[in-house]
Design a protein around this ligand. Structure first.
Ligand code: PRT
Ligand code: ZN
Length: 298
């Protein structure tokens, strides 16, 4: 392998695959990937993408096979606790929180079962695929319970009599509902993260990591950002400025032939909702236009 090219591990096939590839594409990376190929070559950056199971991503960075990885915080934290429990050093760093892969690791009890806080867990059997995160949660609360480690299909464990309750990932909650389970506590709020090796990289590689980080920040900012244009009576400006969501210094432009009116252009770093537009209109704004922002570099 080329020592001067960055290696980034992402999930081969699963919930994080499309959003990871989308993020990289928005960062300007063009890759050529044959079907079922393990690795894709970055055509316009010295960066290659490895496609692997999400559980292997922290290990690949830990073992210096990859410099970077995109993985769920749940997988990362489980790995970190496992390494700590085995007395191994942790050799990956979280460098960015990403705006996809959101879910939570939660405790859920069979519907109809009472639950009154962590105390209700004492002496119970809890099925999970995240034994280290669960163990950590119980230890912090000084609770002894039996952890039943499974490799999947956790949600059916109570029905099979293998556990009293479960600790599993939840996003919409419909899987829990379908299995007659009730979510009662959150163990970890999760989202995808970018990790890197703590080792010093060759200057050229380091430079590309920095560029990638800046581009990721730009991509994440524009996803929420809107460019808003409107006309406003001069005397309504103070109120209109207050109504513009998340914008610091709008550009005020005189309008030819209308001395009492100005055009206002602003980048809003939050989504602009219909309600906001309606309030702006009420405050005197007219000719309102909201545009998506394509790229941003601070
Ligand atoms: O093959 P590989 O090991 O790579 O994939 P995997 O099956 O382990 O992972 P995958 O693709 O299911 O999830 C990858 C990552 O996506 C997880 O590690 C989380 O960080 C994140 N993520 C986000 C989720 C969910 N949302 C999610 N809903 N991971 C799993 N789920 C499960 C949930 O447990 C439930 O069984 O999806 C099901 C549907 O959830 P509900 O609540 O919407 O019904
Ligand atoms: Zn997995």
């Amino acid at each position: 392998m080329d020592e001067l090219r960055l290696k980034l591990a992402i999930q081969k096939s699963g919930r994080l695959t499309d959003p990871s590839l989308d993020l990289l594409a928005r960062c300007g990376l063009k890759i050529s990937r044959g079907k079922d190929q393990l690795m894709a070559y970055g055509e316009n950056m010295p960066l290659d993408v490895l496609f692997v199971r999400d559980d292997d991503i922290p290990d690949l960075v830990q073992e210096d096979v990859c410099d970077l990885g995109l993985v769920g915080l749940n997988v990362l934290e489980e790995k970190r606790l496992e390494l700590a429990a085995r007395g191994h050093p942790v050799r990956f760093q979280q460098v960015r929180k990403l705006d996809f892969g959101r879910c939570r690791l939660s405790l859920a009890v069979p519907q109809g079962t009472s639950f009154s806080g962590a105390e209700s867990l004492r002496g119970r059997r809890i099925a999970t695929t995240y034994p280290f995160l669960l163990e950590n949660y119980l230890r912090e609360r000084d609770i002894e319970a039996e952890i039943v480690t499974l490799s999947g299909a956790v949600e059916i464990a109570p029905r099979l009599g293998r556990a009293d309750l479960i600790c599993d990932l939840v996003s919409t909650g419909s899987t829990l509902q379908a299995n007659h389970l009730r979510e009662v506590e959150t163990v970890l709020e999760s989202h995808a993260v970018l990790i890197r090796t703590p080792l010093a990289l060759a200057p050229l590689k380091d430079e590309w990591v920095e560029r990638l980080l800046m581009r990721i920040d730009g991509v994440q900012q524009v996803r929420e950002s809107k460019y808003i244009m409107l006309h406003a009576p001069r005397d309504a400006l103070p109120q209109i400025r207050k109504l513009l969501p998340g914008s610091e210094s709008p550009t005020i432009i005189p309008l030819e032939g209308f001395p009492d009116k100005v055009a206002v252009h602003a980048v809003c770093r939050e989504n602009v909702f219909w309600e906001t537009l309606e309030s702006l209109k009420k405050a005197g704004a007219s000719a309102l236009l909201v545009l998506p922002v394509e790229k941003m570099l601070a």
